[in-house]
Ligand binder design. Structure first.
Ligand code: URA
Length: 201
């Protein structure tokens, strides 16, 4: 069994948060174990909770289309979320839930070792682009210790706000070039208080 599969099994046993009691299935994440690109969303919704798989609802269908637009299938990337259990009524994740789940996400990143992390929406953006606003930084990348972080709107945002669709599609188109030209992305040296935000164990 691969270390990543073993990790998913450990995640399935996690009951650190109250919402673990409410889940149908845990949603650790899925995709290629050696993916170059890792997409990090927010939290499982109803469909994801039913199936135990990330991004399988409407937002997931749009994510699949976005991936196809750069000739990628979901099996070629890794898709995960900031938290692995569905918050009731799709409420926003709580800071304690994000904190409790962070070591799982960091372990996934540590095993996959992607070249690029694409943050989908505000919650994963906040982890890697602390203090930034998504409307300002979507479509931009920073590099830290050799890994590129690229911020995008959450695909669900396009479903709620049609005007964002073109922006999300345009941001996605930047990914292949960024991967090809990683050396040109600015390396950030975070302030000491930000170091945790960039720490990848
Ligand atoms: N939205 C997310 O952020 N993640 C999912 O897995 C599904 C919808």
């Amino acid at each position: 069994m691969s270390a990543l599969t073993e990790l998913s099994q450990q995640i399935a046993l996690c009951h650190k948060c109250d919402i673990a009691r409410l889940r149908t299935k845990v949603v650790p994440g899925e995709g290629a174990e050696n993916a170059e690109i890792m997409f990090i969303g927010e939290a499982p919704g109803w469909h994801e909770d039913q199936q135990g798989r990330p991004f399988v609802g409407q937002a997931g269908q749009f994510l699949d289309q976005l991936l196809a637009s750069i000739n990628l299938k979901r099996e070629q990337v890794y898709i995960a979320n900031v938290i692995k259990c569905r918050p009731p009524d799709n409420r926003d994740p709580l800071p304690t839930e994000i904190q409790n789940c962070a070591p799982w996400l960091e372990s996934q990143i540590g095993l996959i070792k992607p070249k690029m992390i694409v943050t989908l929406g505000r919650y994963s953006m906040a982890k890697y682009f602390p203090g930034k606003t998504i409307s300002k930084i979507h479509g931009t990348a920073v590099k830290h210790e050799g890994m590129v972080y690229f911020a995008m709107y959450h695909p669900a945002a396009a479903l709620h706000q049609g005007s964002l669709r073109k922006e999300i599609e345009a941001d996605m188109q930047k990914i292949p070039r960024l991967i090809a030209e990683m050396n040109t992305v600015e390396e950030v040296k975070p302030e000491p208080q930000q170091l945790n935000m960039f720490e990848v164990k």
